[in-house]
Design a protein around this ligand. Structure first.
Ligand SMILES: *[C@@H]1O[C@H](CO)[C@@H](O)[C@H](O)[C@H]1NC(C)=O
Ligand SMILES: *[C@@H]1O[C@H](CO)[C@@H](O)[C@H](O)[C@H]1NC(C)=O
Ligand SMILES: *[C@@H]1O[C@H](CO)[C@@H](O)[C@H](O)[C@H]1NC(C)=O
Length: 323
């Protein structure tokens, strides 16, 4: 009895073991295949000149006297997050709202979204809805559209803050930074690692897209400050006369690398690292004349602007001391 039992068991173990080995090999192969087939870059680059002119479906009336234009990259369906921003960090004091203006930039979204966007815009007058399909428009193209919007409509404003929907900013600090910085310059978290990621992954950058092993210094976290009224226009022109307009692969590089790195380097604009613009949701503070100041954070899973804004304000302006 015992014996037959054992002889039946041994092949079973072997069978289970072999099945697992085979399955894991198949899985590994499948993952590699998947990664390859979903890679963002294509060896057969699309080099046809891209048509960058897009229509505008909705836009606010121009506000006079704006020094700092803040454009938040958004998507049509993000009503809730936009509302949180309006009731937290974009709810400016009367004084600050004379010179700082916050608008949300997005594509047109689904047809059923249109009515709601119109209503939202009627109520808040802060949406820029452009005539492209948001689901298929890449982030670098959206940043390009934002720079172009600034160049066309707010040409004389000294500064542009580009932000993502999951950034939380203290705008009075950005305004001061704008005022005191000599143009042209790009300010942000510009001390990020510059190594080009080449290993097997969906986002690996092949040599035929970017041949060097380091990017130029660039500014990460999704938000950065462009100082200089003409700077957005110069970046737009630089984009149009570069690979940005003739290589789809190039336009798939990260938007911060393209605009604050490669194109800024090309037109010779310096990038300056500023502390206290963090990539995580844990605030950092710089000490200035004895007091703490923060610029921005980047929320991860817990997307709650109101809460994070409160957290930032709690420490902002407190004396730098022993704790
Ligand atoms: C580019 O697109 C715009 C509308 O989005 C259109 O009016 C224009 O004719 C296009 N230009 C070219 C060269 O195709
Ligand atoms: C903005 O702040 C003021 C007072 O600080 C408050 O009364 C108002 O309700 C706020 N607006 C929004 C949209 O939350
Ligand atoms: C990429 O792969 C190389 C070897 O193939 C390895 O030395 C390196 O550490 C890897 N880099 C990353 C970021 O995984």
């Amino acid at each position: 009895m015992q014996r037959t039992h054992r002889t039946r068991l041994v092949p079973l173990h072997v069978y289970v073991f072999l099945t697992l080995v085979i399955l894991s090999l198949v899985a590994k192969h499948a993952i590699l295949l998947r990664l390859t087939s979903f890679a963002v870059f294509n060896e057969m680059d699309d080099t046809s000149p891209f048509n960058f002119s897009v229509g505008v479906r909705l836009e606010p009336k121009k506000q006079r006297g704006v020094e700092v234009l803040v454009l938040v990259s958004s998507m049509p369906q993000e009503h809730r997050l936009r509302q949180q921003i309006r009731s937290s960090w974009a709810n400016l004091s009367k004084e600050l709202s004379q010179t700082v203006r916050v608008e949300f930039v997005m594509g047109r979204g689904k047809t059923k979204e249109t009515q709601r966007l119109h209503e939202e815009h009627r109520r808040h007058n802060d949406l820029v809805v452009l005539d492209f399909d948001d689901a298929y428009y890449e982030l670098p193209l959206k940043t390009f559209a934002m720079l172009n919007y600034k160049a066309k409509k707010y040409l004389e404003s000294k500064c542009l803050v580009k932000a993502d929907i999951d950034n939380v900013l203290l705008l009075h600090n950005y305004q001061r930074l704008c005022e005191e910085t000599v143009a042209p310059a790009i300010l942000g978290k510009c001390d990020v690692p510059r190594g080009v990621f080449r290993n097997q992954s969906k986002w690996a950058v092949p040599q035929y897209v970017y041949p060097f092993s380091l990017y130029p210094p660039y500014c990460s976290t999704g938000t950065y400050l462009l100082v200089g009224a003409k700077l957005p226009k110069r970046l737009v022109e630089s984009a149009l006369s570069s690979q940005f307009s003739t290589s789809k692969n190039f336009r798939m590089l990260p938007e911060d690398v393209i605009f604050t790195g490669i194109l800024s380097e090309r037109i010779g604009v310096r990038r300056r690292h500023v502390g206290a613009m963090t990539f995580s949701e844990v605030p950092e503070f710089v000490c200035r004349n004895g007091f703490r100041h923060a610029y921005s954070i980047h929320m991860s899973r817990d997307k709650n602007h109101v809460k994070h804004h409160r957290k930032l304000l709690k420490v902002e302006g407190t004396p730098c001391g022993f704790f």
